[in-house]
Design a protein around this ligand. Structure first.
Ligand code: P6P
Length: 336
């Protein structure tokens, strides 16, 4: 079977649908090449001397794995010279990374979690790269780009996606014209459009949450999970299954593929009061993808994409997936 390549898809979106500009198309192609390099490094595992921790912590206070830092460096180096970026931001860096003065600059802002789920690296479980593309505010023209220029609601994203390094390496992307899945053909080094127009099933019987945090949850979350656990004898009238990979990219990919609800809600812990996941480069790109596929993404009562960020590494509660289930949980939060 002949598959459309990522380049062909992007050229068509640019030429026929005006869904992407030439420099966003170049940016996505550059990010996809960097993800190929990360996939190659990840797949070497112990043979590549890239497993294990560096003994350092990132800005989040999380232990940095060798592959976290390597993936961050691959994305920075790949995206510095293209002339289509004003600056970058990463989970692994305290503040923004401006384009070096000897390179031309562009109008786009690239944000990424270079290797999400890195606690799974050493145990050979799927991990991924998450990215989000914004545009520099008009008022930033003629001055140095600042961190505040990144603090835009998720509705302003012009593109978002993730690469998942699993049994297959895939790139799942939206430019605001639906969600497309590309599988890496390692022999040719091409991303091939194998999953056109991914639609997230509106109903599900599968929830994803870390149950060990149950005692810390707010009442609406506790109510919803209790009802799921009551199965067909309870108010939801059906039995539910549970999955938790502890790798957001893998859990979200499963949900985009067969439906489900992903929950990392804020909770009563000091570390969880605002949630665990980061708004700018985890929740926003995943929410853009989920909504483009027909699903819903909330922080509890509010749509995630509408949230006005107040800090680059801001954390947020995340509930996303099959529309019917997320709407139910949103009602429970609104009733609380
Ligand atoms: P927990 C990975 O560290 C991550 O940021 C997400 O990818 C994942 O969904 C979550 O944290 C897992 O958190 O507390 O279950 O280990």
């Amino acid at each position: 079977m002949k598959y459309k390549t990522l380049t062909q898809y992007l050229v068509e979106q640019q030429r026929e649908h005006k869904a992407v500009s030439a420099d966003v198309r170049l940016l996505i192609e550059t990010v996809s090449r960097a993800c190929k390099a990360i996939s190659h490094a990840v797949s070497k595992g112990a043979l590549g001397g890239v497993l294990g921790s560096l003994g350092t912590e990132n800005v989040q206070g999380e232990v940095q794995k060798k592959l976290d830092v390597l993936s961050n460096e691959i994305l920075l180096e790949a995206n510095e010279w293209g002339g289509n970026l004003a600056a970058m931001a990463s989970e692994e860096m305290q503040t923004i990374h401006r384009i070096p003065t000897h390179y031309p600059k562009g109008q786009n802002l690239l944000l990424f979690d270079p290797l999400d789920g890195s606690s799974n690296i050493d145990v050979n479980v799927s991990i991924g790269t998450i990215f989000s593309v914004l545009q520099a505010p008009v008022e930033a023209a003629g001055r140095e780009i600042a961190e505040e220029d990144f603090l835009q609601p998720g509705t302003r994203q012009v593109a978002a996606g993730y690469a998942i390094y699993g049994p297959q390496t895939m790139l799942v992307l939206t430019v605001g014209a639906g969600v497309m899945g590309f599988t890496l053909d390692r022999e040719m080094g091409s991303w091939l459009l194998t999953h056109e127009d991914i639609r997230l099933p509106e109903q599900t019987a599968e929830f994803a949450i870390n149950m060990s945090n149950m005692r810390h949850w707010e009442a609406p979350v506790r109510r919803y999970i209790d009802e799921c656990l009551q199965g067909e004898t309870g108010p939801l009238g059906k039995n539910y299954n549970m999955r938790w990979i502890a790798s957001m990219v893998a859990d979200v990919h499963r949900i985009l593929t067969r439906g489900g609800i992903f929950m990392y809600p804020r909770d009563a812990r000091a570390s969880g009061r605002k949630g665990k996941l980061r708004l700018m480069y985890e929740a926003n790109p995943m929410s853009f993808l989920v909504e483009q596929a027909g699903g819903l993404a909330i922080d509890g009562a509010n749509r995630i994409l509408d949230i006005q960020p107040d800090a680059l590494h801001q954390r947020i509660g995340v509930i996303l997936g099959s529309r019917e289930e997320v709407e139910r949980l949103q009602r429970y939060h609104q009733e609380a």
